[in-house]
Design a protein around this ligand. Structure first.
Ligand code: EPU
Length: 346
């Protein structure tokens, strides 16, 4: 019989979070086949605190050690389930690296995921915070999320509607311990409907000398923009945007626009609301490039907190609180962290 999970005690998590902060798990269980989850729960989780599900570790901050078992889903299968020549249904296990998946779909002749290139993390994590970039969110591509519900022991298939996606949010994030995402099915078109209108993609394609963009060329343009704008977690620890762009009532946005004409504002999918640029407000408060020892704000992008070497999660959290305090004082706007904070409350 094949062993479907591996267990290690007092496990070092430093290389398992893209901030690269020190943390240890009392028990780490790496699950090679999601079918083993009931046995993993019965043996190692039952009666203890809810487990922490760790994907690529690119959207969390260990401000302390996790209390309970840490689970990592290692299955990395992917396949085309159906294709009628117009739309393909492709499935990937939770442990598949997101960017590898994007490249694979493009290689199979599918469009849709090109704007989401180079986002760190795994397929299983993608729907949890509804990853998004350059005018596309993963909810635009999701067909079905497969999940396991520990409380009932049921395996579920949740369609896009049932996932209740919102900006950097979903059912899985709101009910953090209720479901374990085990795989995702995506519906991807063969004929591309390219989104080039956002944050410099058109300009980047022009600079590349492209006049007939394809999904692969858009992917390349997005990679170039991201490499230039965002620090690479392999070089300096970070978790991408540390704060969400705040969504405020339209009247408040209008007052802020009058007081701060440079503050970028975006549609929020509801006329009564506007989305504000958190990066701009943080930058305006003077934080860009700031350092408290090894905890800092990226000199490349004001929304990205970085670990220059040996910052603790607690130091990064203290810095984040300082940033949120100054944005509140100057703009009257509340910033919310985007990554999950483990071992402390925001
Ligand atoms: N800006 C500044 N200072 C900076 C950086 C940006 O003032 O240091 C201002 C500029 O005016 C710029 C505006 O902020 O025009 C928006 O910046 P950007 O285009 O980089 O987008 P963002 O709103 O800061 C969001 C996502 C990113 C995603 C980009 C591109 C969130 C929280 N972040 O950033 O996602 O890559 O748009 O679509 O929604 C992530 O979630 O981890 C992430 C990196």
């Amino acid at each position: 019989m094949s062993v479907a999970f591996r267990v290690s005690g007092n496990a070092d998590l430093r290389m398992r979070n893209t901030f690269g902060v020190a943390a240890r798990a009392p028990l780490l269980v790496e699950v090679d086949d999601a079918a083993a989850l009931p046995e993993v729960f019965a043996r190692h989780v039952a009666g203890g605190p809810p487990p922490l599900l760790l994907g690529g570790g690119s959207n969390l901050l260990f401000a302390g050690d996790p209390e309970g078992v840490v689970l990592s889903l290692a299955a990395r299968g992917r396949q085309v389930l159906a294709d009628d020549g117009i739309l393909g249904i492709v499935r990937a296990d939770a442990g598949v690296v997101w960017h590898d998946f994007v490249l694979w779909t493009l290689g199979q002749g599918y469009a849709g995921a090109e704007n989401l290139a180079l986002i760190p993390g795994t397929v299983g994590a993608a729907p949890i915070q509804n990853i998004g970039a350059y005018g596309v969110e993963v909810r635009d591509l999701v067909h079905v999320v497969e999940a396991w519900e520990p409380a009932s022991g049921r395996r579920l298939r949740l369609d896009r509607e049932a996932c209740a996606f919102a900006y950097r949010d979903s059912l899985f994030k709101r009910e953090a311990d209720r479901y374990i995402v085990t795989a995702v099915e995506f519906a991807l078109p063969r004929t591309p409907a390219l989104r080039l209108d956002y944050a410099g993609i058109g300009e980047e394609l022009a600079a590349m000398g492209v006049d007939a963009p394809t999904p692969s060329l858009v992917c390349e343009a997005v990679c170039r923009i991201r490499r230039r704008k965002l620090p690479d977690p392999a070089v300096v620890g970070n978790a991408g945007s540390f704060f969400k762009n705040p969504i405020v009532p339209a009247a408040q946005a209008a007052a802020l626009q009058a007081a701060h004409p440079g503050l970028p504002q975006f549609a929020a999918g509801d006329d009564a609301l506007r989305k504000l640029s958190a990066a701009w407000m943080i930058d305006a408060c003077g934080w860009k490039g700031h350092r408290d020892g090894d905890a800092g704000v990226s000199p490349q992008h004001a929304l990205v907190l970085v670990n220059h070497g040996h910052a603790t999660g607690a130091a990064l959290l203290a810095l984040a609180r300082g940033i949120a305090d100054s944005v509140r004082a100057r703009f009257g706007v509340e910033l919310e962290p985007e990554p999950r904070i483990v071992g402390a409350r925001w």
